[in-house]
Design a protein. Structure first.
Length: 342
């Protein structure tokens, strides 16, 4: 069994890697110190340990993602940061803990997210079928992809319905816009993007009320979970306390999660959690490899997700091409492998 000190070292190194500002967004060097001060453990490791404690075989886990990008043109356009991370983490949770992942996204993005999920190796089925698949004598590794409402009242109702019906062991948000104290969701540039974003805050708030484990993963300061460090965001991030829409709340979200993972790219934050889960379980096969990363990113492009920085439909994320993301996954995998050997 891995010693606590070795796990800590792996966790610190994973955090160092996922916070390397390769895309030069100049935000993570502000977000990470605030988040790390709030945690007694490396952020990626804290999330992985929480999941390992709470999630067991056949437990449902909700993973929310999806960022409608350029909704002033059409809400059908969404970015490649978030869905790949959700798919990779879903794979890790299923492979390592036997979880049944349910990925939640805007209704109009369900089909696209299903393609990305299947690229990670999980067959997308209905919720009932995905749960039944976990008990199949013949192997079938399944997940469900569900639409979540953009309307606030419908989202509140859906949150209660899903939590009562499936009793998830954890709720995770990856690159998902979070509401400020006025109930508004903003882009990192301070623009109001509330209308077309699924209101996952209501799911998180109700999960917290019920004592369900919650994790937020983000890279800009405007995502669900950043409520943990909202005062720091207000003080130090552009538009943190004063947005462009006039609501007076700024981009800093209000919703708090049990663990907040900040990363240079949100996908990388999800990968960091998956890598630490592999370390906790001492099973490197829990974490995906460069070949699967290529499959996932190519599927995202084939499903018409765009790179949110370049605006192109291409297999990359946040302005970095496929080869960089493959190299990142390879480095992260090697980091964990070496740590497990020592």
């Amino acid at each position: 069994m891995l010693s606590g000190d070795r796990l800590l070292r792996i966790g610190e190194r994973v955090d160092q890697l996922i916070t390397l500002d390769v895309p030069s967004r100049n935000v993570i060097h502000i977000l990470f110190p605030y988040a790390r001060k709030k945690s007694s453990r490396p952020l990626s490791l804290a999330a992985a340990e929480l999941l390992a404690q709470r999630v067991h075989s056949r437990h449902v886990v909700f993973i929310a993602t999806g960022w409608p990008d350029r909704p002033h043109i059409t809400p059908a356009v969404a970015e490649t940061d978030g869905p790949p991370g959700a798919a990779a983490l879903a794979r890790a949770l299923h492979r390592g803990l036997g979880a049944v992942p349910f990925i939640l996204i805007e209704e109009n993005l369900v089909s696209a997210m299903s393609r990305v999920t299947e690229a990670a190796g999980l067959r997308v089925l209905s919720p009932r079928e995905a749960i039944e698949a976990a008990s199949s004598t013949a192997p079938i590794h399944a997940a469900a992809v569900l639409g979540f409402p953009t309307d606030a009242a419908a989202a509140k109702e859906k949150a209660l319905e899903l939590l009562a019906m499936y009793e998830p062991a954890a709720v995770i948000a990856i690159e998902k816009g979070g509401m400020n104290e006025q109930g508004k969701i903003h882009t990192s540039r301070g623009a109001d993007t509330t209308e077309h974003m699924a209101k996952v805050d209501y799911l998180m708030l109700e999960a917290t009320h019920r004592g369900i484990a919650t994790i937020g993963i983000g890279d800009g300061g405007n995502e669900i979970g950043m409520g943990v460090i909202r005062e720091g965001i207000r003080e130090s991030i552009p538009f943190g306390d004063k947005c462009l829409c006039g609501c007076g709340g700024g981009i800093a979200p209000a919703t708090i999660t049990d663990v907040l993972v900040t990363a240079a790219i949100s996908n990388w934050g999800a990968y960091g959690v998956a890598a630490c889960l592999a370390a906790v379980l001492e099973r490197i096969d829990v974490f995906h490899n460069a070949e699967i990363e290529e499959r996932i990113l190519r599927a995202a492009a084939a499903a018409s997700f765009i790179d949110g920085i370049t605006g192109y439909v291409e297999p990359g994320a946040d302005g970095l091409p496929l080869t960089v993301h493959q190299a990142f996954v390879t480095l992260l995998r090697e980091l964990v492998q070496q740590g497990l050997k020592k």
